[in-house]
Design a protein around this ligand. Structure first.
Ligand SMILES: *Cc1c(COP(=O)(O)O)cnc(C)c1O
Length: 399
């Protein structure tokens, strides 16, 4: 028998849970796209997106998912043959590198193991060797959603400064914006990309590129910039349609306006704190289960774990079986393992991910952890005792 009827819970790392407030804001007749409310709220959206991103600089909006803003950013930074360095700790770093290659850039991928933080010393050595400054940009993921490794952009900025290297620092915050603490200007980031469907709590379909004046100058020196992906008219539109390179994403804008209200009403400090405590609750549960069974977190050092997504493993085929059990019997969907295939486990079925980004609270996380424990009991997966109470203690102390 299944116990899954009731509200289902998509606990994958994006798209995330859509708040009822966002859904209600989108449930309306089509607005005028030439004048009136939609035009007015777009200006406030740009203003508030910059608050969430921690930047005083420029923002461009695209009707696109994460892959779209990967390309948007690159089209404004790189001409054919320009060189980028992509230190990567997971599938998403590799994906951004592949996108750069596809538009004719010369890409140097610096792959690190998917279970460890990237080695800043190695990056420093590479930048020091680049004496004539061929490398135009260094691109990283703030959180790589496949491995759940978090990289501190400030540490990379310090490396660039120490080497006196002029390369731009570009950061993919698609998974982390609105979840993990990120402050673009304070961290010395030149360019940042994000999208609507993760910590921003809006359905997939809108993406953002934030860029400072150094990045703007790089775009201005390019011979050609793709008409559609050009960020200049989007950031400095002379007519309303230029914000979006065409028809506005009308209903996404209403949803986004509401989501930004929710974030700013709570306050970014409180939003980051909530994600941190709830992430620690998940880690505490898995650590307790790991004491007497195969389930364990992928990333050892909490300082390098994301507060938006947590990758874990339990061995194949248990990982795939547990995910299937949770969805069929309990109405909870966990994320698949991504970029984690090994020789013994070619499909990476021993791995899975908890998505904990955006609109979630303590009862959702504790409920989700309770169903994971039930799934392990039902499937006979051995596990240490006390996982749920360990999580409850973290919530009690953090609330
Ligand atoms: C989700 C994600 C992407 C890709 O976004 P899509 O909307 O699936 O194209 C890229 N980078 C990171 C870090 C992500 O989490």
């Amino acid at each position: 028998m299944s116990l899954s009827n009731g509200r289902s819970y998509l606990a994958i790392p994006g798209p995330s849970v859509m708040p009822d407030r966002v859904l209600r804001a989108m449930h309306r007749a089509a607005p005028n796209i030439y004048a009136g409310e939609l035009v007015a709220i777009t200006e406030t959206i740009v203003r508030d997106l910059k608050v969430v991103a921690g930047t005083q600089h420029n923002a461009a909006i695209y009707i696109a998912n994460g892959h779209g803003v990967w390309e948007a950013a690159l089209r404004n930074l790189l001409g054919a043959g320009d060189k980028v360095l992509v230190p990567s700790v997971g599938r998403f770093g590799e994906g951004w590198a592949e996108m750069a290659k596809s538009i004719g850039a010369e890409v140097e991928l610096m792959p690190f193991p998917h279970l460890e933080p990237m080695d800043m010393a190695q990056i420093k050595t590479r930048l020091e060797a680049d004496k004539d400054h061929q490398i135009k940009a260094v691109l990283i993921t703030h959180v790589d959603t496949s491995s759940s490794i978090k990289t501190n952009p400030r540490a990379l900025r310090d490396v660039l400064d120490t080497c006196d290297h002029p390369a731009l620092l570009g950061v993919d915050c698609i998974a982390s914006l609105g979840c993990d603490r990120f402050e673009m200007d304070a961290m010395g980031v030149d360019l940042m990309i994000a999208a609507s469907q993760k910590g921003m709590m809006v359905p997939p379909g809108v993406g953002f590129v934030f860029f400072n004046d150094r990045a703007a100058a790089v775009r201005d020196r390019l011979t050609y910039v793709s008409g559609y992906w050009d960020w200049k008219p989007r950031a400095y539109p002379e007519a309303f349609y230029q914000y979006f390179g065409g028809t506005a994403p009308t209903h996404h804008l209403y949803g986004l306006r509401e989501a930004l209200d929710m974030l700013l009403e709570e306050g970014m400090e409180a939003v980051w704190h909530r994600h941190e405590v709830l992430a620690r609750a998940i880690w505490a549960a898995v650590d307790a289960w790991a004491e007497a069974g195969p389930m364990a977190l992928n990333i050892k050092d909490p300082a390098h774990r994301s507060c938006a997504v947590t990758a874990a493993h339990v061995g194949a085929p248990a990982g795939a079986e547990l995910r299937a059990w949770l969805e069929e019997k309990a109405g909870v969907t966990l994320g698949i393992g991504l970029g984690m295939s090994t020789e013994e486990d070619p499909k990476g079925e021993g791995f899975f991910r908890f998505g904990h980004m955006g609109h979630l609270n303590a009862h959702m996380v504790l409920g989700m952890l309770g169903t994971v424990e039930a799934g392990m009991i039902a499937l006979g997966i051995p596990h240490g005792a006390g996982g749920l109470s360990a999580a409850a203690r973290v919530v009690a102390e953090g609330a």
